[in-house]
Ligand binder design. Structure first.
Ligand code: PLP
Length: 264
């Protein structure tokens, strides 16, 4: 990982090497953390944080779902994110906001008392590279699903503990010579990749699993669906059988092209 000069932690900018946490951090023992992965792109108008508001709102929603009070508003986190990019003099980067329970609790139950270290940290690294990925459907296991199973954890929360299953699937598929795993839901339908939502082209339409398939409500997914619809493609949310992943190919049909400047 490329380091940056500064990390924003508990409201302060710290040098990269000074942003540390205690070994008894609850989030380390029990996975009580929620996080985001945010991209910042270099544009003609300067660095642009992609969907900053949506990411910070989802971070706070994830924290709320796990009863974790975060002492900052989405607006404060957005502005800290912008300052972080500017103070690091970065044009494009990958930002990793994380809110976690700090130390002070012996068991899985947090004691509810506010602790300074219970809030969050924002880190900056550089954008990951892009490339072609060969993927393998992971063996169904319990809990299934990408981020989680619907009847145990909370698929809509982007929570640290929920990713153990994803890590296992990714490592196993890499050991088998692939670059990514495709997670299945508890009925064996395609759910998502270990760190991204999934789409196939079938019968001229873009098909993607729906929320009933235990997916993470991806911010990129929503943007892709909006852009595809604007360009005249049909996007369908439905169950995708594992075998469809092997069979899908062929071109996309354009329903209609929106005229430039047409009103929505
Ligand atoms: C399991 C999982 N699904 C989907 C996504 C895509 O979410 P987004 O587009 O909001 O980054 C991620 C992103 O980290 C993820 O970890």
């Amino acid at each position: 990982m490329d380091s940056s000069d500064l990390i924003w932690m508990n409201g302060e900018f710290l040098a990269w090497e000074d942003a540390k946490i205690h070994v008894l951090t609850h989030g380390l023992h029990y996975g009580t953390g929620v996080f985001e992965g945010v991209r910042c792109y270099d544009t003609e108008l300067g660095p642009a944080v992609f969907r900053n508001a949506e990411h910070m709102e989802r971070l706070l929603r994830s924290a709320e779902l796990y009863y974790m009070p975060v002492p900052y508003t989405a607006q404060e986190l957005q502005s800290a994110t912008r300052d972080l990019v500017a103070n690091n003099n970065l044009r494009s980067c990958y930002i990793r906001p994380i809110a976690y329970r700090g130390y002070g609790c012996d068991g899985p139950e947090p004691d509810g008392r506010p602790r300074r270290r219970h809030d969050r940290l924002l880190g900056v690294g550089h954008v990951f590279g892009r490339g072609r990925h060969d993927a393998k459907a992971s063996e169904p296991r319990s809990p299934h699903g990408g981020a989680s199973a619907p009847d145990s954890l909370i698929p809509h929360a982007k929570a640290s503990g929920q990713y153990l299953n994803n890590v296992l699937a990714k490592v196993e598929s890499m050991k088998a010579g692939y670059q990514e795993a495709i997670l299945l839901d508890d009925h064996g339908h395609v759910c998502e990749g270990t760190g991204e939502n999934i789409y196939i082209v079938s019968a001229g339409e873009i098909v993607t699993p729906g929320h009933h398939n235990s997916i993470l409500d991806g911010i990129t997914r929503r943007s892709i669906m909006q852009l595809a619809a604007d360009l005249g493609y049909t996007v369908v949310e439905r169950n995708i059988a594992r075998a469809e992943m092997y069979l899908c190919r062929g071109g996309l049909h354009v329903r209609h092209r929106r005229r430039a400047g047409a009103r929505r």
